[in-house]
Design a protein around this ligand. Structure first.
Ligand SMILES: [Zn+2]
Length: 293
């Protein structure tokens, strides 16, 4: 069976509501393959990946969307990045000696920062309290209490595939009456809630939509590909060393017998810097700083 890594938009023809269905397999597996994560972390990371892709499709931007969750619990950090053309990567930091299963055990009192980092223009950040039973509940609560368009998430991940469903109310166009709009929005959400987690996890998009909305007039768009891709490079790893300062970097080099290794935590690529390479880096950084003055 071919792996599917897609996100697919749909639109209700008679309501101001759009939807999105995401399915991640090989990209999710690539994220998981870099580390030996415990099962609850694999699932939570999958849900966050699905959420990131869904969110990326609701925002008009050219750049990077970053979801970073942190807590003092067993899972200290979860981070997922999704570009505006749906290249994803992700990582988790955790303490395996004190795992749990529920979100409030894994990340008690956690927060999730949603950052939109466009190539041009202002950075935007929103903060979501991780105080719900599931990640989807937390995101739903955030959107309910924000000025943004009403938005509902369903998320599901089992360590092999991550799936998600999003519904978002659009500005008034097809329906103008506020009460009618509200009733339609609630109706479509109640139907979405009838989908079991198992169904969301296992059924293809067409089947999901037929099961939920067979009475609605739906337009289904072409699926867009999602892929795993890491944005690390020898230059970026070098920049991390330059930020230490020349003296400290040279001390570090001594301590590591003349070779500093910088590993990318997202993809496990190993970048090596010896003395010659390090001096080159600092000379280039100095030259660059001078040219700016
Ligand atoms: Zn990398």
């Amino acid at each position: 069976m071919a792996f599917q890594d897609t996100t697919q938009r749909f639109l209700f023809e008679n309501a101001d509501v759009r939807g999105e269905l995401v399915a991640l397999e090989s990209s999710y597996r690539e994220v998981l393959a870099k580390h030996d994560y415990p099962e609850p972390v694999r699932e939570l990371l999958g849900e966050l990946l699905a959420a990131a892709v869904l969110l990326s499709t609701t925002i008009k931007f050219d750049g990077l969307l970053i979801l970073q969750a942190s807590s003092t619990g067993p899972v200290s950090t979860l981070m997922v990045e999704c570009t505006s053309d749906q290249a994803v990567r992700g990582i988790a930091r955790y303490d395996a000696s004190r795992m749990g299963t529920a979100l409030n055990e894994l990340m008690p009192d956690g927060i999730l920062a949603i950052t939109v980092d466009p190539q041009e223009g202002q950075r935007y950040q929103g903060i979501v309290a991780l105080d719900g039973a599931t990640l989807a509940d937390c995101l739903n609560g955030y959107f309910e209490n924000s000025e943004q368009l009403p938005t509902r998430f369903r998320l599901q991940a089992d360590g092999r595939a991550a799936r998600g469903l999003l519904l978002q109310a659009l500005p008034a166009d097809r329906q103008r009456d506020q009460e009618q709009r509200q009733a339609t929005w609630e109706h479509l959400n109640i139907l979405a809630d009838t989908l079991t987690g198992e169904e969301l996890q296992s059924l293809d998009n067409q089947t999901v939509l037929r099961r939920l909305y067979h009475e609605e007039d739906l337009r289904l768009f072409e699926p867009r590909q999602v892929r795993f891709e890491c944005s690390c490079s020898v230059e970026r790893s070098g920049n991390a060393l330059v930020s230490l300062g020349r003296e400290d970097a040279l001390v570090l080099l001594e301590e590591h017998n003349g070779e500093i290794e910088v590993d990318c935590q997202f993809c496990n690529t190993r970048y090596l810097f010896d003395r010659e390479r390090l001096v080159e880096l600092f000379d280039a950084a100095q030259e660059h700083a001078r040219s700016l003055h």
